[in-house]
Write a protein that binds this ligand. Structure first.
Ligand SMILES: C[S@@+](CC[C@H](N)C(=O)[O-])C[C@H]1O[C@@H](n2cnc3c(N)ncnc32)[C@H](O)[C@@H]1O
Length: 458
């Protein structure tokens, strides 16, 4: 992050705009909304700008800017002339005095940028691109304008009015957050939006009287195979409301970025043979945090019930009497096959699909080989990279054609996705040739051939 967003309180604070034209006027409108006292230095001034200056109790100084002018009294300065050299002089003068300065449309000469704003005062949303693309900021603002109801400002006002009372009744900050979140999800919000403040007051009073320390809960959430856009809406909502996130190696950094920023995040690893926290330890952690009344998001790659040990985790929760919810995710088979252009079933090539684990027990794959050698069946092998050579050999030994097509999909659905196609006879030799890395999914079957036609990603 190259910039640090803050919200300035400028009521009755002296601010200076250098420039008297329309650009200066637009900045003055914003400063006036924030209650600043606005001075302007410019040889000429638009009448609308002069009006703002006067009604803010500021002064108009009819002059060109002098680099020797003392700016020490100003909280912030905006250089808004149409002469770049003058704007640079203003910038230099402010830097010398360590005063916040913005040169309009000249990011290198800005100590602060003016973001695009959605004003639902007292709720204000600002969008900044560090001066790289004001158009993009405005586009995002347009989208958010539609998504943030106008009543949100009233809700913020209402919350401000009750903040101290809630704090007095619920001392624990985590529990207080849950109280507010529950309240915003309740009918109270609509009452405030519709200006039924007396009813809203009644509802919050009642909620405070009825408040009980919340019981902890665990959300077992499938995060999908990697692309954050493959998350479900429910997964996203729970990731953003959890107090603790306990996550695996397969959960991509882009997905972790979407979790609640101030949630405690605990990595429990799980590379093939390197379990940074063993399964029993993970189960115990879930129970322990829930017992503290926390909302715990157990975030897993793909779907928690497909080779994800999700069942074991919730059995443990059930035994400990901890409440839980399960949110399915897009499993690697669905995500990787879609992004590789390989339909898992197809009228002409496969009428069934089987998900298998290639994770070897004591070095030898325990798979029902005879059931796997049918034509018109797609096999999807999870965790099959290490045992791939043996698995291919066993399939051939049990009667499968050596030229049966096979695809390896590494890091599927992520920007690093790599797909390598071969046959049962030669695919194992391609692993090192193409430097295929985990996680990799293996698809075996005639459907693999369809990739030639249907490939739409790398
Ligand atoms: C322990 S299993 C977890 C599966 C997960 N629960 C799911 O539903 O996708 C891990 C295996 O899933 C497969 N896998 C998961 N994500 C993948 C991805 N993005 N690309 C390729 N394979 C993936 C790999 O075969 C990996 O070895």
């Amino acid at each position: 992050m190259d910039i640090f967003p803050i919200s300035l309180k400028l009521q009755q604070q002296p601010c200076l705009i250098v420039g008297g034209g329309h650009i200066a006027y637009r900045k003055a409108v914003l400063l006036a909304k924030a209650g600043a006292i606005i001075d302007v230095i410019a040889p000429e001034i638009e009448s609308a700008l002069l009006e703002i200056v006067q009604s803010s109790q500021g002064q108009y100084v009819q002059a060109t800017f002098s680099p020797d002018a003392s700016l020490r009294n100003y909280r912030l300065v905006i250089a808004a002339t149409n002469d770049k050299a003058t704007n640079v002089q203003v910038f230099d003068a402010c830097e010398a005095e360590k005063i916040l300065v913005n040169s309009v449309d000249d990011p290198p000469h800005c100590r602060f940028m003016v973001p695009a704003i959605i004003d639902r005062s007292p709720l204000v949303v600002s969008i900044a691109t560090n001066g790289t693309s004001p158009v993009l900021s405005r586009q995002i603002r347009t989208q958010l304008e539609a998504a943030i109801p106008h009543g949100m400002g009233k809700l913020a006002d209402f919350s401000g009015k009750w903040r101290a009372a809630v704090k007095a009744r619920i001392e624990n900050p985590d529990q207080r957050r849950i109280f507010w979140e529950d309240l915003y999800a309740s009918p109270l919000k609509e009452q405030v939006f519709n200006d039924n403040i007396a009813e809203a007051d009644r509802l919050i009073e009642q909620a405070l009287i009825e408040w009980k320390t919340p019981k902890g809960e665990v959300y077992l959430v499938g995060a999908g195979p990697g692309d954050p856009e493959l998350l479900t809406l429910k997964a996203l909502r729970l990731m953003q409301q959890a107090d603790v996130i306990i996550y695996d190696r397969l959960v991509s950094p882009a997905i972790m970025e979407l979790c609640r920023r101030d949630a405690e995040k605990i990595y429990v690893g799980k590379a093939r043979s390197n379990h940074s926290v063993p399964q029993e330890g993970i189960n115990a952690l879930l129970v322990e945090y829930a017992a503290q009344g926390k909302r715990v998001c157990r975030l897993k790659g793909g779907d928690p019930f497909i080779f994800g040990r999700g069942g074991e985790e919730i059995q443990e929760l059930f035994a400990a009497g901890v409440a839980f919810q399960v949110v399915p995710g897009i499993t690697a088979a669905s995500g990787c096959s879609a992004y590789a252009g390989i339909p898992l079933t197809h009228r002409d090539y496969a009428q069934s699909v089987r998900f298998l684990t290639g994770h070897l027990k004591e070095g030898s794959p325990e798979l029902p080989w005879n059931e796997l050698v049918y034509e018109n069946q797609t096999l999807v092998l999870y965790m099959g990279l290490v045992g791939l050579e043996k698995i291919c050999a066993q399939l051939i030994a049990h009667g499968q054609r050596p030229d049966m097509p096979v695809a390896l999909i590494s890091k599927g659905t992520t920007p690093d996705q790599k797909v390598v196609v071969g046959t049962l006879a030669d695919i194992a030799s391609k692993v090192s040739e193409y430097q295929i890395q985990a996680p990799t999914l293996t698809i075996i079957g005639e459907v693999v051939k369809l990739r030639e036609q249907l490939q739409w990603q790398g």
